[in-house]
Design a protein around this ligand. Structure first.
Ligand code: FES
Ligand code: FES
Length: 158
């Protein structure tokens, strides 16, 4: 056991666990943040994506010790005063989910994409979401949600 110091959704956390524990397990099981999901456990589906210093990272394999001292944002940390942020609102408006298992990963990845590129091309979007699988086939609606955000031209906060 060892202590890992993380900042999660703006709050400093000190977690006592095996340093090899995957970050996702710490977020879900120790910090009770259930937004990021365990899908494949093999970095192949995107369900576990979180932001590390603003960049999307798959959290199901990499050890918590790798993230010592870093800023982690989960989907829970994207909301603004308890309300959905612009990306979440666009996903809701376009009904861009069915079971919702993939959704937090997609919202996290989309938030990071639009932050660095407010008007992404389809190629940019495909590249940014390449790690994200949706077994329910909501991809078309996800693209519509992102198109809606891109049409707004980054004029709103995310
Ligand atoms: S659970 Fe991490 S990529 Fe699938
Ligand atoms: S909405 Fe069910 S896996 Fe994507």
């Amino acid at each position: 056991m060892a202590k890992s110091k993380l900042t999660v959704n703006g709050t400093a956390q000190e977690v006592d666990c095996d340093p090899a524990t995957p970050l996702l397990y710490v977020l879900r099981n120790t910090l009770n943040l259930k937004g990021a999901k365990f899908g494949c456990g093999l970095e192949q589906c995107g369900a576990c994506a979180v932001l590390i210093d603003g960049e999307p990272v798959l959290s199901c394999v990499r050890a918590v010790s790798e993230f010592d001292g870093q800023n982690i944002t989960t989907v829970e940390g994207l909301s603004e005063n308890g309300e959905p942020n612009a990306v979440q609102r666009a996903f809701i408006a376009e009904s861009a989910a069915q079971c919702g298992y993939c959704t937090s990963g997609l919202v996290v990845a989309t938030t990071a994409l639009l932050k660095r590129n407010p008007q992404p091309s389809r190629e940019d979007i495909n590249e940014a979401l390449a790690d994200h699988l949706c077994r329910c086939g909501s991809h078309v609606r996800v693209l519509k949600a992102i198109d809606r955000l891109a049409a707004a031209g980054g004029s709103h906060d995310r």
